[in-house]
Design a binder for this molecule. Structure first.
Ligand code: NDP
Length: 486
């Protein structure tokens, strides 16, 4: 039998749709899903339904699966991250040969990918950790794909990965090489972190419009639709308008029946952990992750809402125009992307990945969940010879943040006065104000550290790197603590 071009493992929602996408681009695909003790095999179920009559080869053992592939073998795994990936790699190894490629398309932790890349390299097998974003529709019609790992594998997998990815109007595929080791999964993790931030920001805007401006769902849906035609144009704003209009079977709005406890699968939390590892103040995404944690304290929140009922409101209720909310949302979103890209930049330098930030912004323009019109500006900002140290230093960003600043401050302060929590809009404003603060309160922190622990300080009138200690109380000695920073 003719050998297949590509092998795909895992026929859950993502694998099934990716298989159809790959086959639809003219490739013959061998399929494998771990055997089930009871019930029909997933491969058979798929081939009897959506896969019927297409160029798929069903396999039921790893040896048949690997044996059905042309060399060098290209095997894409779309299975649950963690232990399953570990186990599947071990099952594949005895059948593979040097030069074969394993692609992990799941949401794996980049540290695992880094480790697996090195482990497989020692066996001559190229490992690629490829973040895939776009959900089931993206997987079927063209996701954004973020591959990284063994550079030797790129030319082998590039044609098919770029074929199945989304394409911009000018034909650019939303798939390019992110860097060695765990770079691809790192970029996907940051994508998901930014997604957490975007979703929380939209939820904050929704709560301001609903609770403060007392708008109904139809009006809010109209507003999000209108926002989607402007600077905020993005997939998430678009679906928000649709969600707000969506009616349940009894004609009521479905959103009103959904429990306000948000789930999470870990990539937001990983982004925050990764940021802590590289000293990155990723405040907005952190707040978005914390907001999901608090949302799950449903019973605690109910008790607290009885203990602390809303205070009597001062001033007018209807004085927050939706345009101000839009500007606050947009400005905070700009800060969020500035933080996310700063994390990518600094992690890339630390881990030696050489991630091209312009490419990242470009491949996020279509196919993925955070796709948005303004990513074009980010791609542009990083495409020149002079890369901005922080996106907020770029002219386009500066103009838009300055323009939105008065409305942003108004929304954050009025929300605080009204008891409407806006953790991401306000943490973004705090980050912005701290970033541009010429002299901060850290001088006092250094003085306190030196006062109680002889941790020393630097002086404004002496070269940086020269450390001083003061005997603040007259009872201390001259011994100082090491002046390192952790
Ligand atoms: P799941 O994350 O639910 O994973 C289910 C698949 O993993 C099934 O094929 C399952 O096989 C297989 N599996 C589970 N445990 C093992 C194991 N021990 N050994 C072998 N195979 C195993 O499916 P999704 O399609 O949602 O996601 C696949 C990957 O893609 C995940 O890493 C996910 O995080 C990622 N992803 C998901 C997105 C989404 O929108 N759903 C978007 C982007 C990425 P079985 O049928 O036998 O249980």
């Amino acid at each position: 039998m003719e050998k297949s071009n590509i092998g795909l493992i895992g026929l859950a929602v993502m694998g099934e749709n990716l298989a159809l996408n790959i086959e639809g681009h003219g490739y013959q695909v061998s399929l494998y899903n771990r055997p089930h003790r009871s019930g029909p095999e997933m491969v058979d179920v798929f081939l009897e339904n959506r896969g019927n009559g297409k160029k798929f080869v069903a396999t039921y053992t790893i040896s048949d699966f690997v044996g059905s592939l042309e060399r060098p073998r290209k095997i894409m795994m779309m299975i649950k991250a963690g232990e399953p990936v570990e186990e599947m790699i071990e099952q594949l190894i005895p059948y593979l040969e040097p030069g074969d490629v394993i692609i992990d398309g799941g949401n794996s932790d980049f540290r695992d990918t880094e480790r697996r890349y090195r482990y497989l390299l020692s066996k001559g097998i190229w490992f690629v950790g490829a973040g895939v974003s776009g959900g089931e529709t993206g997987a079927l019609h063209g996701p954004s794909i973020m591959p990284g790992g063994a550079p030797e594998a790129w030319e082998i997998v590039r044609p098919f990965l770029q074929d199945i990815a989304a394409h911009l109007d000018d034909g650019t595929p939303c798939c390019s090489w992110m860097g060695s080791g765990g770079a691809g999964h790192f970029v996907k993790m940051v994508h998901n972190g930014i997604e957490y931030g975007d979703m929380q920001l939209i939820a904050e805007a929704y709560m301001i419009l609903k609770s403060h401006a007392k708008m109904n769902n139809e009006i809010m849906a109209d507003i999000f639709e209108q926002w989607n035609r402007g600077e905020l144009n993005s997939y998430l704003i678009g679906i928000t308008s649709h969600i707000l209009r969506f009616k349940d079977s009894d004609g009521s709005f479905l959103i009103e029946h959904i429990r306000d406890s948000a789930g999470q699968k870990g990539t937001g939390k990983w982004s925050v952990e990764a940021a802590l590892d590289v000293d990155e103040p990723l405040s907005l995404i952190s707040e978005a992750v914390f907001a999901r944690f608090i949302s799950r304290w449903k019973e605690v929140r109910e008790k607290a809402s009885v203990l602390y009922p809303p205070e009597k409101k001062e001033g007018k209720e209807h004085d927050l125009p939706s345009e101000s909310v839009r500007q606050a949302l947009f400005a905070a979103k700009l800060v969020s992307y500035a933080q996310g890209f700063s994390l990518l930049k600094n992690a890339s330098e630390l881990y030696g990945w050489n991630i091209d930030l312009s490419s990242v912004a470009t491949i996020w323009r279509k196919g993925c969940i955070i796709r948005a019109g303004f990513l074009k500006e980010i791609a542009h900002a990083y495409s020149g010879m002079e890369k901005p140290e922080n996106l907020l230093f770029n002219d386009w960003f500066r103009d838009h943040v300055n323009n939105a600043l008065p409305a942003w401050r108004k929304i954050v302060s009025r929300s605080a006065m009204s008891g409407i929590p806006v953790p991401c809009m306000s943490s973004a404003l705090v980050y912005f104000d701290m970033l541009r603060q010429k002299r901060s309160g850290a001088a006092l922190i250094q003085a306190q550290r030196d006062y109680f622990g002889a941790h020393t300080y630097e002086r404004t009138d002496a070269p940086q790197g020269e450390f001083f200690h003061t005997d603040w109380t007259g009872t201390g000695g001259n011994t100082v603590s090491g002046s390192y920073t952790v």
